[in-house]
Ligand binder design. Structure first.
Ligand SMILES: [Fe+2]
Length: 206
């Protein structure tokens, strides 16, 4: 079965000035959609028709098929990213809040660590909050690389730091995009949900 472009979990104009509907038109409607088309075009040739998206990512990585890996990983990364965003400002609570305070000291220090990692990532990639064993960890992966392809890396939250994620609203100012998103537009309830270790399933398909 061919992969599909998942619907956004909110309307395109829900974020006001933080992320414009034009950004969603391009980022979801054109960039994310292009990865879906590119992956579907390659599935038959790779003998992976009918495989799940996560399986395609792992098998393309194992086979050294960079073109299919990039397209399929970008489908998954974006599908996860949209779910990490919320038009309502939220804050971590419960077990997640306790873990953040244990591993980073405070929510402000976690946000500072995420900003530093995302702003410092050279060129295109993704910032991540992951579970490493029982510990929260901030890291980043380059280009299309994804926790799906890394055994033991449990994804909780991602921030797209490709220029296409912020150029319409922030031009070249990646830090401005990071400030707005991390302070006002993260769905910390979704992040907390992923503490169950099933985050990969939440952006999987097929
Ligand atoms: Fe993107």
């Amino acid at each position: 079965m061919a992969f599909v472009l998942p619907d956004l979990p909110y309307s395109k104009d829900a974020f006001g000035d933080i992320l414009s509907s034009e950004t969603f038109d391009y980022h979801h409607g054109k960039h994310h959609n292009a990865y879906v088309t590119q992956a579907n075009d390659q599935l038959a040739g790779a003998g992976l028709e009918g495989a799940s998206l996560a399986d395609v990512i792992r098998k393309a990585a194992a086979a050294g098929n960079a073109k299919l890996f990039n397209a399929s990983a970008q489908i998954w990364n974006h599908s996860f990213y949209w779910q990490c965003l919320s038009p309502e400002a939220k804050q971590p609570r419960g077990k997640l809040k306790e873990m953040i305070e244990r591993d980073f000291g405070s929510q402000a220090e976690l946000v500072a660590a995420l900003k530093a990692e995302c702003a410092g990532h050279f060129a295109s990639g993704w910032g991540w909050l992951v579970l490493d064993g029982d510990t929260l960890k901030v890291t980043s992966l380059h280009d299309a690389d994804t926790p799906v392809a890394h055994e033991g890396m449990v994804p909780l939250l991602t921030i797209d730091v490709w220029e296409h994620a912020y150029y319409i609203d922030y031009r070249n100012a990646r830090p401005g995009y990071l400030d707005a998103l991390l302070e006002k537009a993260i769905d910390w309830d979704f992040v907390a949900l992923n503490l169950d270790g099933k985050g990969i399933d939440r952006a999987n398909q097929g």
